[in-house]
Design a binder for this molecule. Structure first.
Ligand code: UD1
Length: 363
């Protein structure tokens, strides 16, 4: 395939598409038959800190097109992305549409492409949490059901896809492009200004990220969770870069939590710096559990399931659940220095995007 669209919409997409775009440029520099591509930003995430900064830091070229959909309910975002992407494929008809991950933009563009007879490639296809209460699980199920080529991150994703009846000829186990970004930027990490501002030390703090509705949309639940964390981290601080959704709720508390250092969303290179030097991470994200696994940093997931079970079976992650009380024994273990050490899943080696691009060129 030599005429492709690459879709990016929300923060966790950017570190996954960056390496693919760079690998295409590298490929094109060495071959005669070049891959023509358009990088399309749906505009699902639009704040400088949630979007633009990632492009700058990861050297991702400016998107050719921004669909500018902005915020809204899931249906509003999906509908607007579909309307605008449909328009965008009319004149420049790609042979292949590459979508990544599990966000609203992933599903919406996959549906449009398929109906326009454009082949769909899903990077990170085949993973499942089994929790259909999460919008991301629905996005995964819908996207995978119409995907022509799967680029998978783990052997288990291949097994899941096989069980769903997808033939082996459609499935390529290539590894994890998010880990390409991680490993490719280890020498470029940036210490954020709050490090000196709060006298932080290596392993002297935890990093926390929360944005799932189940954790942040309930006032009492979030307040109790933050109190328990505040009271059970010993002499460590907790750096809490807040997602806009979480900030809306947090601002209603009007309470100061002594150990929490609250800040806005961090840029990629600063965030990874903070994770790498932390004593541990508390999160409800999926992607971060892969980064902590590779960096061998203890991680507690405040969810009841994960679509990335390797981070638990092989990596440093534990599933804590969503009951705030559950976290206390895990914090005690962490503070006591009693955490499992992990290993890294196959092919999370920093070369995944090259593998994807070579295969795309041959398809
Ligand atoms: C989305 C993804 C989720 C991912 C998360 C990472 C879906 C279904 N979910 O969730 O998988 O882990 O991104 O951030 O796609 N907002 C801003 N500025 C922005 C973007 C959003 O203020 O640049 C606000 C919106 O107004 C809205 C809230 O954040 O109130 C949620 O944004 P949305 O994109 O709908 O979903 P996320 O919760 O970010």
């Amino acid at each position: 395939m030599h005429r492709i669209d690459i879709i990016a919409g929300a923060r966790p997409n950017f570190m996954k598409i960056g390496p693919i775009v760079l690998a295409i440029e590298k490929h094109n520099a060495t071959v005669e038959k070049k891959i023509e591509y358009r990088l399309i930003h749906t505009g699902q995430h639009y704040d400088k800190k949630m979007s633009e900064d990632f492009f700058t830091q990861l050297n991702i070229p400016e998107p050719q097109l921004n669909l500018g959909v902005g915020s809204g309910t899931a249906a509003t975002q999906t509908a607007n992305i579909m309307l605008r992407y449909e328009e965008a494929v009319k004149d420049w008809k790609p042979e292949l549409c590459i979508v990544v991950g599990d966000v609203t933009s992933t599903m919406a563009c996959a549906i449009v492409a398929k109906k326009e007879w454009i082949k769909v490639a899903h990077v990170e296809g085949g993973i499942r949490s089994g929790d259909e209460m999460m919008p991301e699980e629905i996005n995964r199920m819908v996207t995978d059901s119409i995907t022509d080529y799967f680029f998978t991150t783990t052997a288990l994703a291949n097994t899941n896809l096989g069980a769903l009846g997808h033939g082996e000829e459609k499935i390529f186990f290539v590894g994890n492009t998010m880990i390409d970004s991680l490993l490719g930027n280890m020498e470029r990490l940036i210490q954020p200004p709050l490090w000196n501002e709060y006298d932080l030390e290596n392993k002297g703090y935890l990093v926390m990220t929360l944005h799932r509705p189940s954790n942040v949309d309930g006032y009492e639940n979030l307040r109790q969770l933050l109190s328990l964390i505040n009271d059970n981290v010993g002499d460590k601080k907790v750096v809490f870069p807040m997602h806009p959704r979480t900030k809306k709720m947090f601002d209603q508390f009007g309470i100061a939590f002594e150990k929490l250092i609250v800040t806005g969303p961090m840029s990629y290179l600063e965030f990874i710096y903070m994770i790498k030097h932390s004593a541990g991470v508390v999160t409800d994200s999926g992607g971060i559990t892969e980064e902590t696994t590779v960096l061998n940093v203890p991680c507690m997931t405040l969810r009841n399931s994960t679509e990335r079970p390797e981070t638990v079976t092989m990596g440093t992650n534990v599933i804590v659940g969503t009951d705030p009380n559950n976290i206390v024994p895990y914090l005690e273990k962490l503070i006591a220095g009693d955490w499992k050490s992990g290993s890294i899943p196959d092919l999370w080696d920093g070369k995944t995007a090259d593998r994807i691009v070579e295969m795309v060129a041959q398809l």
